[in-house]
Design a protein around this ligand. Structure first.
Ligand code: TYC
Length: 108
């Protein structure tokens, strides 16, 4: 080990952090879950899935039938603010059209 000259300044003697450890955390994700009911028309649910969740007609019909048969189903997974916005849009649009369609936001 070479002897240190007392006039020299070494990085390890400065007491500062010279390298930073960056931790990147994945954001929490939330599913928007559509709930079945006996009154909302199937075509209305398909329209909601096309307009609010950007599904094509075939995908939308598949999800609607899954919800109809299983009682509930995921229509998309988003960050919390987007999931809440879409869930609110579903409820608001359904109530304007006098349908009881319900959906909820569920942490993944
Ligand atoms: N069960 C409804 C009907 O027979 C259709 C429907 C599907 C309603 C999905 C809500 O989230 C829903 N008209």
């Amino acid at each position: 080990m070479p002897k240190k000259n007392k006039n020299e300044i070494f990085e390890e003697d400065l007491g500062v952090i010279t390298k930073e450890k960056i931790e990147v955390k994945k954001p929490d994700m939330y599913a928007v879950v559509l709930i079945n009911d006996d009154y909302t028309p199937m075509e209305f649910v398909i329209y909601v899935l096309q307009t609010i969740f950007k599904k094509n007609y075939e995908e939308a019909k598949k999800i609607m039938l899954l919800v109809h048969n299983e009682g509930k189903g995921i229509c998309g997974i988003f960050s919390l603010d987007i999931a809440e916005t879409k869930a609110n849009q579903v409820i608001e649009f359904s109530r304007i059209n006098q349908h009881p369609l319900e959906c909820k936001v569920q942490k993944q």
